[in-house]
Design a protein around this ligand. Sequence first.
Ligand SMILES: Cc1ncc(COP(=O)(O)O)c(C=O)c1O
Length: 454
Amino acid sequence: MDLKRWLDGAATAIADWQAGFAPFTAHPSLQVSDEQLAGVFAEFTDRLGAGNYPYFHPDYAGQMLKPPHPVAVAGYLAAMLINPNNHALDGGRATSEMEKEAVAQLAAMFGLPAHLGHLTSSGTIANLEALYVARELSPGRAIACSEEAHYTHARMAGLLGIPAVKVAVDERGRMDPAALDEVLARGEVGTVVATAGTTGLGAIDPVHEILAVARRHAVRVHVDAAYGGFFTVLAGRADRAGLEPAPWRAISECDSVVVDPHKHGLQPYGCGAVLFTDPSVGRFYLHDSPYTYFTSDELHLGEISLECSRAGAAAAALWLTFRLLPPDRDGLGEVLAAGRRAALDWAALLAAGDGPLSLYQPPDLDIVSYFPAAQTLSGVDAASARVLAAGMNDPQDPVFVSTLRVTADAFARRHPGISADAGGARILRSVLMKPESEDRVALLHDRMQRLAAG
Ligand SMILES: Cc1ncc(COP(=O)(O)O)c(C=O)c1O
């Protein structure tokens, strides 16, 4: 698609819509001439160019970052020109409907039999909502999450005034169900948070086993699938991109799930989602808003969310994207499968072990972890930092990866041969979120090997 054509199409469509209302003159205080804008726009775009890494390029394989799909950009722009607010139906009539439809597609993706859900401004806020409901349902009881869970769970539990208990992980960074059983036997926990795709390694907690343990103790389960959630469309797929289905299928029996369309859903930032399997939890959101909710008795999304104002444009962009690339096997599935194959290919090259880099652990999703050869952990740490910096700062052929700090214990469980002379080490990590990574992996691997060889 030609983005410029559709940006123009968005502006034209909204101008045509506006032309159907009585004409008025824009206030002089708001007027900016094209010449004035040209004066600062060049500086602005220069700063954007000089001050950013090339997140769009497959040689950027650092953090969980990539530009939104052009369809989402066109959808966001069109709706943003109206700037609806999905708090209340009177503020975001069309986009609230779009949000409900897009959220229903997410619910169908996870196979939820019933749902109550909405978009949020981020995965953190979506998880906060799930933990808020967890607290309301079991006041005073803790949440339990793995040692590898996103750092915000403990922070949000603190904010909600409930304890957060850490559960040990196995040698692949997944929550250990036996350790969970011991924690739950103490009777302090009301909700377990399972992570379907950890931030560091993309590890998938065994949601099905966690669910069985939790139910034995009459404890709720929330799934943080902020990063991994869309990979559910690859569950049970027969080819090599396919994922073991059991953890994904179990999500439909859990109590809530969070997924971030601004990660693998091709959306711009400002788009997380939380879904509950019991719609009656909506009662915990009951509040009075004397200034809104007056045009309709239908559900206003503000009635079931902690946030007040939210961008209707985020819902519009997601809705439009899902019309063309739906969250199923043939739509987003093809995008995710390419990233997954890229990770498998790179892992195979690393595992072949014919250079200075070694695979840290096999990838569960599209995140590859590896480290430069060294005798000691401090040697691994220093070499990782050097390789990262050398790649980023190469003016001719830059390559961008990230580092991940792992503990000495976690490292030793995977690679016992390296002397633990420090409490932990940075290793290298590549997030292969872009489907274009698949064709680039051999080059990236070769480039990183040469950097590691010094
Ligand atoms: C597993 C997981 N949970 C939660 C979050 C937080 O999401 P956000 O950055 O959208 O607030 C992240 C972010 O990377 C994540 O990977």
